[in-house]
Design a protein around this ligand. Structure first.
Ligand code: ADP
Ligand code: MG
Length: 746
């Protein structure tokens, strides 16, 4: 489940990205991206010719190693070797003493005389030992490989520098396969030297390309190039104000620092450059879209919106809702196509924002549609919105897979003749695309259930694309949003409607099950309802199904008929059957809803006050938060109980602890990301926008914020990069064009 929920989250991020790109680009007016690329490629690349040399031409590489470098590390050219950065450095500036070695000692550099060199054993069992003696003691050195080389190059009685990780054998320190090199002419003086260690792989090591050898190749390369080969791409003023070294100096120092501070500055510069260039690209995409893509013009706010606002809106809007409505109003009134992602935690009130946006569309003579991922949700939206609009001259219809033929024909007719204002539906809206007279706004709720192709079918080729508002309740950490969706307009509803009672969340283990069940009974006795959710454990339908059925039997044993009635909903049911079970729960004919995560999105039963999640450790944090959002929708205090086995890992406990501690979806998402670590972020690499070599959006947050701020400032001042001071930047974008995130998408 963990895997699959992560997968869902990532898929969601990815699809939002890709889909919005596609929706931007399939619109008829959408030429600018191509334009933009042309503008860029007109400038001849300034990439130094030497850096585009194939890697096999580098001294010490040759065809065999070149092949491996390509396959194993993706290094095809001299330039790519330069971009293969060390992952750590060995501080060889300090020479230790043999007597200091203890079982905790990591790598250590020693200086001393090598004596007593001996070989023993035959063939595979052959080995060489020697003694290293310094002022403080002696250490045994052992080699199993490379013995011939040692015999030729190491001379007993001579002083050497010896480097390696010591171990203990029978209580005495020794070192296997140490690196040995002659002492510098100065004698015992410490050298100022940080040795870079490069990532390598087993296959490369077998061919003699250890991390250290790769360093030698890089050294060779550096002796062939000069400052002009690594031209500056950031504006001089920016570097100065940030106190960062030049590009050339940064590359030199990251590979061959002379002191620890040098490589820190170099790393920072390169990270900043990565983040800045990525933000700039995203910013350019967005500003290009803003400047060139035409969209329906919602010039005014008319009587429909105003009447609704004045007479029928059942509560006052939160500050966040007002702000988002303003943003949408501004977008749709600009004459350009809106492509906005609206993120709002579960229960933050996105639906009303959607409705009021659709009223603005209607005020301007445009139709709207709203798609939900499930039939249940579409129906709920339809019922809810119809009720809100019942006194208003606005027509709303529902179209789903189970809409009867005659009804369907009538609805399609009203969409086509323009008499229909708002159409709510499921995939059915796009499976056989509905023809509208003038679709002005398409809203996609909880969009991550929609696929790429589906989105592209929202409107027909050649039509003016409608404004698109994508609403999602999966909070995405700000840093991730900034990198993954930096090219979109992006709204956040970070405020809950007033008067919500916070949901109380607890973690209970299996041995407390009886108390948990008793608690549910108490709540039911008070007239309330409960959800019991089972995870999708396998990605196999069958196992999940069995798992759920077992769970259902257990629940039934605790809550026997006719005192209690239970609904069950799962993915294998026919829509009608699902619907029936759901409706019974909505009507409070059943007190308990047993379900898999199909219930996850959007479902609204305000009377439900308990959410029990079985095997909670198997869910991702964000998903648990989503599930929890099904309760706490009414005026009663609500509870979420996370059930796990009696044995649960410390990690698992900590994760669930986060949920017990806060109701804030954004904080949970941040924490989720933190706990899962950058490994998972790398899963989103395909998105291109996160493809950084050194930068890490988790740990380099401050740099990322800076990069965003400064790239926006720069684009405000010089959107087409025509100023002389941005020439280097423009050349850089042109020469690294292949890496553009959109190259793959359009
Ligand atoms: P979500 O953002 O999860 O889609 P909904 O739009 O379903 O949230 O809203 C959740 C509940 O909050 C609904 O019952 C809705 O009527 C109510 N609601 C929305 N906005 C407000 C508000 N400003 N004040 C009070 N209640 C609100
Ligand atoms: Mg919703």
């Amino acid at each position: 489940m963990n895997r699959s929920s992560n997968a869902i989250l990532q898929e969601c991020r990815l699809t939002i990205m890709q889909e919005l790109h596609i929706s931007v680009m399939t619109g008829r007016q959408m030429v600018p991206v191509e334009d933009f690329r042309l503008i860029l490629s007109k400038k001849i690349s300034r990439l130094s010719p030497i850096l585009s040399n194939p890697i096999e031409y580098l001294k010490g590489v040759g065809p065999l190693r070149a092949d491996l470098l390509k396959k194993e590390l993706g290094i095809f050219s001299f330039g790519q070797l330069l971009d293969h950065f060390p992952y750590r450095y060995v501080d060889k500036t300090r020479i230790g003493s043999i007597s200091d070695i203890n079982p905790q000692t990591e790598h250590i550099l020693l200086a001393g005389v090598i004596t007593d060199m001996e070989t023993s054993g035959e063939k595979r069992g052959r080995r060489m030992t020697a003694m290293l003696r310094d002022r403080s003691g002696t250490l045994e050195l052992t080699w199993f490989q490379g013995i011939t080389w040692i015999q030729k190059n190491i001379f007993p009685g001579t002083v050497y520098l010896v480097y390696g990780k010591p171990g203990f054998f029978m209580g005495r320190p020794q070192m296997t396969h140490p690196e040995v090199e002659p002492m510098q002419p100065e004698g015992g003086e410490a050298r100022s030297f940080m040795e870079p260690v490069y990532p390598s792989t087993e296959k490369l090591k077998v061919r003699g390309l250890t991390g250290r050898h790769i360093g030698k190749l890089t050294y060779t390369l550096f002796s062939m190039i000069g400052e002009k080969d690594i031209p500056e791409n950031l504006p001089a003023g920016m570097l100065q104000s940030l106190g960062l070294p030049s590009r050339w100096k940064a590359y030199r120092d990251i590979h061959f620092p002379s002191a620890a501070q040098d490589c820190e500055r170099a790393i920072e510069r390169i990270k900043y450059e990565e983040l800045f260039i990525a933000q700039l690209r995203l910013g350019m995409l967005r500003s290009t879209r803003h400047r060139f893509s035409k969209g329906s013009y919602f010039g005014k706010v008319g009587p429909l919106f105003n009447d609704f606002y004045g007479k029928y809106l059942p509560f006052s809007l939160t500050g966040a809702q007002k702000r988002v409505l303003k943003e949408i109003r501004k977008d749709t009134g600009s004459g350009r196509q809106m492509n906005r992602l609206l993120q709002g935690d579960v229960g933050s009130g996105k639906t009303i924002v959607a409705l009021m946006s659709m009223l603005i569309a209607a005020d301007n003579g445009f139709q709207s549609c709203m798609m939900a991922p499930t039939e249940i949700l579409a129906q709920q939206h339809f019922i809810g919105l119809s009720a809100l609009l019942k006194e208003m001259p606005v027509t709303v219809e529902l179209l789903t897979g189970s809409t009867k033929t005659a009804e369907r024909r009538r609805i399609l007719q009203s969409a086509a003749d323009g008499s229909l204002h708002i159409l709510i539906g499921t995939h059915a809206l796009i499976e056989q695309p509905v023809k509208f007279t003038n679709l002005g706004l398409a809203i996609v709720d909880e969009q991550h259930r929609f696929g790429v192709a589906q989105r592209a079918r929202l409107w027909e080729k050649g039509e003016t694309p409608p404004h698109v508002l994508v609403m999602t309740a999966t909070p995405i950490p700000r840093t991730l949003a900034m990198t993954a969706y930096g090219d979109l307009d992006y709204s956040v509803m970070d405020e809950m409607p007033p008067g919500r009672l916070p949901i109380q969340t607890v973690h209970r283990m299996e041995d407390r099950r009886p108390q948990v069940m008793e608690f549910i009974k108490k709540e039911i006795a008070l007239g309330r309802q409960a959800y019991i959710i089972f995870p999708l454990i396998e990605e196999s339908d069958k196992v999940d199904y069995e798992n759920l059925m077992n769970g259902y039997e257990q629940v039934k044993a605790w809550f026997p008929e006719p005192q209690y009635w239970i609904s069950m909903v799962h993915g294998r049911m026919k829509p009608a059957q699902k619907e029936e079970n759901m409706q019974r729960f909505v009507r409070n004919d059943t007190q308990i809803m047993v379900s898999t995560t199909v219930i996850e999105v959007g479902v609204n039963v305000p009377n439900a006050s308990v959410m029990v999640i079985e095997s909670a450790e198997k869910f991702g944090l964000s998903q648990l938060h989503q599930l929890r959002g099904r309760v706490g929708r009414g005026s009663e205090k609500s509870y979420c109980i996370l059930l796990t086995g009696n044995k649960i890992s410390r990690d698992g406990k900590e994760r669930l602890g986060v949920l017990c501690a806060t109701n804030d979806g954004f904080r949970i998402a941040e924490k989720d990301l933190e706990l899962r670590g950058p490994g998972d972020i790398e899963g989103t690499r395909q998105s291109g926008a996160l493809n950084f070599k050194l930068a890490n959006i988790l740990t380099d947050r401050a740099l990322l914020e800076k990069a965003k701020e400064l790239s926006a400032q720069l684009l405000d001042r010089d959107p087409d990069l025509i100023l002389q001071e941005h020439a280097g930047l423009k050349d850089h974008l042109a020469s690294s064009q292949g890496k553009n995130p959109w190259s793959r998408i359009s």
